[in-house]
Design a protein around this ligand. Sequence first.
Ligand code: ADP
Length: 938
Amino acid sequence: MRLINTNQLSLMLIVFITCSAVYLSLIVTKSHLVDQYQRAYLSLSDSLIQSRENLYYFNHQDNKAYDVYSSQLVNADLKASFLSERLENDQAHWLSRFLISSDEAISYAKNTQVGASTLINDLETSLRLKVSYEYSALTTLLLEEKLLSTLPALEDKLYVSQFTLTGLMESPPSRYLKTQPEFKSLSNYIAFRERIKVESKNKEKDIFTNNVKQMLTQQNSYWLSQAESIKNHMFITVVLFICAIAAYFYLQLRERLRQTLVIKRDLFNSEKEKSKLALVAEHAHDAILITDKDGILTWANQSFCTLSGYQLNEVLGKKPGNILQGEKTSKDDINRISTAIKNGASIESELVNYHKNGTEYWIDIAITPTFDLEGSLEQFIAVERDITKRKALEIDLADAAKQAEVSNKAKSTFLATMSHELRTPLNGILGMAQIIESNIKDPEQHKQINVLLESGDHLLSLLNDILDFSKIEQNKLELNCEDFNFKDVINPITSTYIPICEDRGLNLIINNEIGPNTVFKGDKPRIRQIIFNLISNAVKFTHDGSITLLFNHTLTVKKETGITIQIKDSGIGIRQERLEKIFDPFIQAESSTTRQYGGTGLGLAIVKQLVDVMGGDISVNSTEGKGTTFTIVIPLETSIKQATVENKDHSPRTNIEETKTPTNLSILIAEDNKVNALVAKMFCQRLGHQVTIAENGQIALDILQESSFDLIIMDNHMPIMDGITATQIIRNKLKLSTVIFACTADVFQEAHDNFIAAGANYILTKPLQEQSFLDAINHHKIKIERNKSSHQPKTNIIELKRYSKDKITTLALTEAELTLEPLIEICGDDIEIRNEFLTSFINTSEESITSLITAYDKKDIDNIRLHSHSIKGMAGNFDAHRLVESASSIEKDAKMGMLPKLNDIQQLINLLEVNIQQATRLMENKSDKKQGDVNINA
Ligand code: ADP
């Protein structure tokens, strides 16, 4: 059971005391009322007794006494009825009923009132009778005297006296007497007197038998008993009341004592605490200062004196700031601290302070205000720590970090510059190798040139990796966000890796669960680069088995939409302890990897950084000897394309963009480097475009003033006028909207930004890559075609062009004239000799085309004449009449010193091209002449 606590007990006592007080006051009131009634009834009883006694002493002759007595009786009667009525009336009120007017009291009162009324009536009657008796007795005496004086006979006189005295007639009166009127009156009065006497006696008897006295006695004893019981109650209540008050005061006293004890104990504890704190503050390593609310120092510990060099008495009553701060103390920090002190707020800061001897030192200061119980600012406590050593360390660290940053920047800049510088010659090497490759027929040489191309590509990918890595390190990698379809990411990858995997006997499984209509917003080339890197590793480290690519929609950890890319191989795997390191730059899983597989250890570092920049996540799972799985989750915004043109051809090699790429564009290439210019020209010509070269920006502007082009490819660094200036003039002065692709080996974003700001539409980086060039053209094809349709007819600056092998079909093949007949005539059935003839036709024709183009470019009429002449001779040998005609018409013009028309030369080149093709077919179909014929004629 829960014990009642002091407060509850006090409360109970207060309630009890209040109730007792109320009860007591009621009892006192009741006692007063009882007393009143008791007194009233006592007085009533006195007056009644008095009245009864007075009756005997009543003197009827005293009229005044009669009146007094009568009014005394009336008063007594009134008093009795008043008391009874009052008691009765009081019963109507609950409090009076409770206090005084009990049924018992009322019944007594009523009885008393009735008794008193009866008595008073009787007394009054008796009083009246007494008066009548006195009157009749007096009248009798007068009549007796008269008769005695008038009666002659003594006997009659005696008779009258006797009769008057006794009132009895013992014998009849004499006749004489009888006849006397006075005697008759006397007889009547005596009879009246005697009757009253009897009545009076009866009344007296009634009066003395009236029980009003008992009633009054009962009444009095009732009130007495009431008074007695009230006294008892009052006594008990007063005793309890006093006890309760005493208990209450005892409790209060005890509580006050307890509280005093608690306060004393708390005081003692807080004193103890204070003395401990004072001890701590005094001996703390940190300097501790206490100031008043205006910042005036009131106390400081020993550490402060040690730190500042001042004695306490030197600084007490002063503002610490005025003594300790100096020249090198930051004004801003001082202002911040003053403002905080003014506002009564806490503040932390690092500051330079000055020792008494002038030495500066750094402190870390924390100032806290303290408030009194009313919440008014009382004082400030400041804790200062000497951080001079830490500051020095920080400065050293910052210097070291700056140094490291400079070194890192220098390293990244070096890497980027080297990659840029290597890019220019590589552009020449790769470009020329590509051109040579397309012209080489000998399979052995083809193999050799392919080795050159592969090595070049490898070198380029290394350069790209180094460049990407340095960009990432310098935080210069920026993502280009554009809408794209996921198949545009996968198609180039699969078309590259399906043949590679076939070659290596690997099974490439592609599981693409991403809907064809989903449009993503992101950096497509970078996503492609991530996948390329991972597949190339998978292919590199897998000797047999399969490589599985899985692409699907996903929700990232942050519930954003995105894609999951999984690349799984059954290759050599990675040891668990090396797994977490493989994303670090220049790290390979095994030291033997470079020896066996090559590589730089940059690929995964770049992949990781790219994924991080995209806000994605990469993880790897690997079992040594069983294979590796890389999983990437990239957040990408998505939407569903409304109506898409379905790609009917589901072959992974097909690239829709490629099929729609515009051909036969007139392109102006501004490039000062001869090798690069030639490479770019050949590159474009191979793709079926016509090219004009300008050696610098100024020449490009001159050409543009006379002719219009579908596309301009603009180098940056050129003598006389650079590409950026030329681009600005094309846009601002010539007001041309021709699409401009800046083509630069500059890999720094600033150079790209400058080009874009000048008005270039796109930046191509060297070495020029066919895929990126095609992508760029496709991206701008609407603009290119719109410009093309708004061109003025071109002037005579139409470049000669050759058709690449795959574009040759765009020529009219029916113009091919070469047949086997003239050769059979010369060589008979000897296929080998016939093939030798055909090979020599092909080689001579190829050389002639190149020479004609070069000669025409240089406006070298002599060489044009020479080459057209030799073509004419060769064509005659093969009975190719149209070829002969075309060559002789050009020869004729040249002979006349005229530069032959471009169209004529182009026609001759076209004829040579289709016949070269024809010769190749005739050679290829040597074992199946019939089929060859069909194909030729098809
Ligand atoms: P590298 O140019 O050396 O391939 P990467 O950064 O691409 O550089 O890869 C780092 C190392 O991680 C590789 O040298 C190889 O040891 C390991 N590695 C990466 N991918 C695979 C894989 N699919 N299977 C086995 N080992 C791998």
